[in-house]
Design a protein around this ligand. Structure first.
Ligand code: ATP
Length: 284
């Protein structure tokens, strides 16, 4: 067998079962993500998207029974020791969850939370941490980083909280960022802005992306390749254009028929303006 050494993440024949459930949550899926590549995982609620992401992060519930293989740059992640996994998370792989309010600690100012990620992974000496935090907040489009850093999560808008999470996820320039429905909780205009800033942040960090969503229009703006998951199985995968223009599976065709693709640019990704980080925050 030829080993694809360029793969960052190689998922092979992964299944995840929970006791008492008749069907596996994830059923023999395989997926590869190369360095700098942006891949979308799309499917309806309950199809196994989050379970896949949590399996990669090593954060599945203890009762989950996992078989198959998840390799990170060739090393097997399934069964990896906690200490080693913790180093990998936040340093090489990071994740942005759907609901920023639950992902942030409500009792800690946001700047300290971002700094904590740096500290935990040995990113910066104490004196430099504050300026790295402020710089990173500015890069995700926060116009007044000092105020946001000194605020508690509840004092920020939903869009600002999600930007703080993106800043946390990107501050150590991970090789792979996993986003699980990162803008679903936001209203449409804020969503577009956050996606644009996320792309800018990824461009700067050079990170690969696994972008999880039920929304084909959103996924299409963010990625080069798309895998379609249905009832725990990947029913189809291909380049963005293959999936959008020549879907092979009826489920994919159904997704396309119902998606609002009118505003998706023909070339794929949203146009990211060079000066995205210079623009002022409009309070979102
Ligand atoms: N801890 C758990 N115990 C039992 N079943 C679980 C657990 N976590 C997930 N499941 C089941 O696994 C299946 C896949 O769930 P998953 O959360 O991955 O779906 P999803 O595609 O991410 O959907 P959503 O977008 O609604 O989060 C579902 O049937 C769910 O009920």
């Amino acid at each position: 067998m030829i080993t694809m050494t360029d793969d960052l993440l190689t998922i092979d024949d992964l299944s995840v079962r929970f006791p008492g459930n008749r069907h596996p949550a994830v059923d023999r899926i395989s997926l590869r993500i190369g360095r700098g590549e942006r891949v979308g995982l799309i499917g309806e609620s309950g199809s196994g998207k989050s379970v896949t992401a949590l399996a990669v992060m090593g954060l599945l519930a203890d009762n989950a029974k996992t078989t198959g293989s998840i390799r990170w740059q060739g090393d097997e992640l399934l069964g990896m020791h906690d200490a080693q996994y913790s180093r990998l998370r936040g340093e090489q792989i990071s994740m942005v969850f759907q609901e920023p309010m639950t992902a942030l600690d409500p009792t800690m100012r946001t700047g300290r939370q971002v700094a904590e990620v740096l500290r935990l992974h040995g990113g910066a000496p104490a004196g430099e941490a504050r300026s790295r935090v402020l710089q990173t907040l500015a890069k995700v489009g926060i116009g007044d980083p000092q105020r946001v850093a000194d605020s508690f999560p509840y004092q920020l808008s939903g869009g600002q909280r999600q930007r703080v999470l993106i800043a946390m996820a990107l501050i150590n320039t991970p090789d792979l960022l996993i986003c699980d429905e990162p803008t679903t909780a936001l209203d449409v205009t804020v969503q577009a802005r956050v996606l644009e800033l996320l792309q800018g942040g990824l461009d700067l960090a050079g990170s690969a992306l696994l972008f999880i969503s039920h929304d084909l229009a959103v996924v299409s703006q963010m990625v080069d390749r798309i895998a379609v998951i249905y009832e725990g199985r990947i029913v189809e995968s291909g380049t963005r254009s293959q999936i959008l223009n020549a879907p092979q599976h009826p489920y994919t065709a159904g997704l396309i028929a119902t998606a609002d693709l009118a505003n998706v640019p023909a070339g794929g990704r949203l146009p990211v303006l060079d000066d995205f980080w210079k623009r002022t925050d409009r309070g979102h």
